[in-house]
Design a protein around this ligand. Structure first.
Ligand code: S3P
Length: 188
């Protein structure tokens, strides 16, 4: 199967790593959050087809609408070939999502300690679940979401500690682990 899906909390580096892996393999990197932003207007039947930011989707249409769009876009990306998919932090907790992700190929859980995640998402104006929060409040949100989502993330095929190492080094570890399950461009 020619797709690999990256899952993990906000700040775990899914988007960056998807690009590094896709470049190494001459695959495409697909970012679910970006797809949601690009397709929201059309899927919501709005008059203008302009991109809508995630904070604006949350603000104007509510989180439930964002989750519905996220689920619909997930179905679409899972049908693509030769892709590394960066999901949103909440994607694996959507109804049936992890089952569908795993049916489409291996999933890699990028996990990090909470200090790393909090530091990487500090001042994140583009993440509505964290925006406007103090560091202490952000830590509490991270802790709560990690706890809630861990059972979903833990279903991933592989788990990689991303608390240390730069993206290239992490990509090397992901590749080595994927080779053990025989997925990637080398499996053809
Ligand atoms: C979310 C994570 C975000 C984005 C949205 C909600 C979450 O993606 O989908 O803000 O519920 O954890 P990243 O994990 O890429 O930041």
């Amino acid at each position: 199967m020619s797709r690999v899906t990256l899952v993990g909390c906000m700040g775990s580096g899914k988007t960056t790593l998807s690009r590094v892996l896709a470049k190494r393999w001459c695959w495409r990197a697909l970012d679910l959050d970006t797809m949601v932003e690009e397709q929201a207007a059309e899927r919501l039947g709005l008059p203008s087809n302009e991109k809508i930011s995630i904070p604006a989707i949350f603000e104007d249409h509510g989180e439930a609408t964002f989750r519905r769009l996220e689920r619909a876009c997930l179905d679409d990306v899972l049908a693509e070939e030769d892709v590394v998919i960066a999901t949103g932090g909440g994607t694996p907790a959507l109804d049936g999502a992890m089952t569908d992700i795993l049916a489409a190929g291996p999933a890699v859980w990028l996990h990090a300690d909470s200090e790393t995640l909090v530091a990487r998402t500090a001042g994140a104006g583009d993440r509505p679940l964290l925006s406007g929060l103090s560091r202490t409040e952000a830590e509490a949100v991270h802790a709560e979401l990690s706890e809630k989502r861990r059972p979903h993330y833990a279903r991933a095929t592989l788990s990689i500690d991303v608390s240390r190492g730069d993206p290239e080094e992490v990509a090397g570890r992901v590749e080595a682990a994927l080779k053990t399950v025989g997925v990637g461009p080398w499996s053809r």
